[in-house]
Design a protein around this ligand. Structure first.
Ligand SMILES: NC(=O)c1ccc[n+]([C@@H]2O[C@H](COP(=O)([O-])OP(=O)(O)OC[C@H]3O[C@@H](n4cnc5c(N)ncnc54)[C@H](OP(=O)(O)O)[C@@H]3O)[C@@H](O)[C@H]2O)c1
Length: 257
């Protein structure tokens, strides 16, 4: 069994890689940082598995196809695809640099969709395969001050649930996994360490979150939300007026000193 994990050089992707390694799955790990990837590979090879690392910027349009072609050439079959790499950027949309806006769409949406489309046909042909798309609790409501990030995760949720339905008799499962705030490098990159979400609500540990994602994909669940408090929040947005939900979402995203 081989598992391809994007964004495996740190955070939730790295913790997911550890769970797969402990269960003796071979790994293909993708991220941009060559050094971090090779450190992770050295650590996880101790489980007696094969770990291949590919340093790629998945936000660059040819990257998903490049990755797919390389694995085809090397005869590596991907049994489980984990689309985990993503980033968020904080700030009002009108002031956000275009490269931050489009970069989130390129990585969080386009690369995830392209990789799913590339690896899915052979899974269907084998009548076996699993796809884990990492979304977020951000998927359940609009996110003022992180409008593009929240919208990108709403896409991942909607897309994953739809194709899970299309694939229900195919032998291939699609799992959408929604973590809430988690202690990783994400908050620093997004500039949200001092938001009410991270300061007041608090964040879960990455290994605990990853365990939830690992179990969900192995059980073939269509949707899994990390943590009971996050599950409750996601449910509550379904019944409250959308304007109110959006206003609360903004309050939670705002920075406090
Ligand atoms: N942390 C949270 O609070 C939180 C909450 C909800 C959902 N999530 C979701 O969980 C997933 C993992 O996030 P995380 O918290 O673990 O973030 P993280 O610590 O920032 O890790 C992100 C990973 O993605 C890789 N990456 C970033 N840009 C990339 C690119 N252009 N091409 C290839 N790889 C790239 C990073 O490695 P390199 O820098 O080496 O490329 C790193 O391995 C994401 O989908 C995120 O949206 C996170």
């Amino acid at each position: 069994m081989t598992v391809l994990i994007t964004g495996a050089s740190g955070g939730i992707g790295y913790e997911l890689a550890k769970f797969f390694a402990r269960d003796h799955h071979n790994l293909v790990l993708v991220a941009r940082s060559v050094d971090k990837l090779s450190q992770v590979a050295t650590e996880l090879q101790a489980h007696g598995i094969t770990v291949k690392t590919i340093a790629l910027d998945l936000a660059a349009p040819p990257a998903p196809k490049f990755l797919f072609d390389q694995l085809q050439r090397e005869g590596i079959t991907v049994d489980i695809l984990v689309n985990n790499a993503a980033f968020g950027a904080y700030g009002e949309f009108a002031q956000m640099p275009e490269e931050e806006i489009l970069g989130q769409i390129d990585l969080n949406i386009t690369a995830l969709t392209a990789l799913t489309r590339l690896f899915l046909p052979s899974m269907i042909a084998r009548r076996s395969g699993r796809i884990l798309n990492v979304a977020s609790t951000a998927a359940f409501q609009p996110g003022p001050l992180m409008a593009v990030y929240y919208a990108s995760k709403a896409y991942v949720l909607s897309f994953s649930e739809a194709i899970a339905n299309e694939l229900r008799h195919s032998g291939v499962t699609v799992t959408c996994f929604c973590p809430g705030a988690t202690h990783t490098g994400f908050a620093k990159r997004a500039g949200v360490e001092s938001s009410r979400l991270f300061k007041l609500v608090g964040a879960m540990s990455a290994d605990k979150v990853a365990l939830g994602g690992y179990r969900a994909v192995m059980e073939g669940r269509t949707l899994a939300i990390s943590g009971a408090h996050n599950w409750l929040v996601a449910q509550s947005t379904r019944f409250a007026p959308r304007k109110m939900v959006t206003a609360i979402s903004r309050w939670i995203a705002e920075k406090v000193s």
